[in-house]
Design a protein around this ligand. Structure first.
Ligand code: B12
Ligand code: SF4
Ligand code: SF4
Length: 205
């Protein structure tokens, strides 16, 4: 099996590969359908200890790293945080969208990373095109009710302020409206429950 297929077997998508010095970094994100159910049925989701999804990622990506002869790195290992954004932009398979967030042709603005694996070899991936270049209306730009997102900034105060009100229930329950507005996001099939889980981590009750 190739690396992309091995990742999918554990509900992860090999989203991008970038050079890192003499080595290569393989970036892994949730693969839907299947990721959310696999996580929900995991021992980490059941044990009620903190950070279940990070612990799921460490177990599953740690095992893949051993299988592939590499070493695993995780986005929340910090500060200082590992440069996931630089790696993603250096891959030629993920781009910065007009609202600042990263966009991937399979996941749209739902793009996110559960971890990465540093390798001595580069897994081959098919070439992909930046979806924003052929997106006429760019609906992500007008979706945030408080205009918190732009190409160069993210106003977290304005975002939290909205999430604290009734008008923020939509973002809190379904996930960020800008991320949802992207037509590529819509075709990815991410469950609202997963978005709610992350929004609650970002904006606790
Ligand atoms: C710290 C952090 C945050 C902090 C940022 C605090 C700040 N502004 O100072 C907070 C808690 C606010 C945050 C929030 C979110 N984050 Co964040 N965050 C990170 C993290 C762990 C480190 C970034 C960092 O400091 N790098 C070091 C500095 C030197 O580099 P930098 O490029 O200048 O970093 C800046 C950007 O990363 C930016 N940023 C961080 N998160 C987000 C989210 C958005 C929407 C935007 C526009 C910018 C942004 O803030 C950083 C500091 O200025 C990265 C993972 C990583 N290792 O990179 C994820 C990461 C950037 N976050 C991510 C996500 C998805 C989110 C959320 C959308 C998740 C959620 N729903 O809960 C939320 C935003 C809420 C929403 N509107 O939906 C994804 C981005 C994916 C993408 N498509 O672009 C990453 C890559 C994590 C991942 N596992 O995939 N995040
Ligand atoms: S809505 Fe269009 S412009 Fe915005 S991130 Fe999605 S594809 Fe790109
Ligand atoms: S979560 Fe809602 S308020 Fe926050 S940036 Fe996204 S659309 Fe705007």
């Amino acid at each position: 099996m190739d690396h992309a297929a091995e990742a999918r077997a554990v509900y992860l998508d090999l989203l991008a590969v970038a050079p890192e010095g003499e080595r290569f970094v393989a970036l892994l994100g949730p693969h839907e359908p299947g990721f959310w159910e696999a996580f929900q049925n995991s021992p980490e989701a059941a044990d009620r200890a903190p950070d279940p999804m990070d612990r799921w990622s460490k177990r599953v990506i740690g095992a893949l790293a051993t299988q592939w002869g590499g070493s695993a790195v995780f986005p929340s290992d910090g500060p200082p945080y590992p440069p996931f954004i630089r790696w993603a932009l250096g891959s030629g398979q993920v781009w910065q969208s007009p609202v600042g967030l990263l966009v991937h042709p399979r996941q749209g603005l739902w793009t996110s990373f559960r971890g990465a694996i540093l390798l001595d070899h580069a897994p081959l991936l098919p070439e992909l095109a930046n979806p924003c270049l052929s997106c006429g209306d760019q609906p992500c730009l007008n979706a945030c009710p408080v205009n918190a997102l732009s190409a160069t900034s993210y106003d977290t105060d304005a975002c939290h302020e909205l999430l604290s009100t009734e008008n923020g229930a939509d973002c809190l329950n379904m996930g960020c409206a800008a991320r949802r507005a992207c037509p590529v996001s819509t075709s990815y099939g991410r469950k609202a429950d997963q978005s709610h889980f992350h929004m609650r981590a970002f904006h606790p009750a």
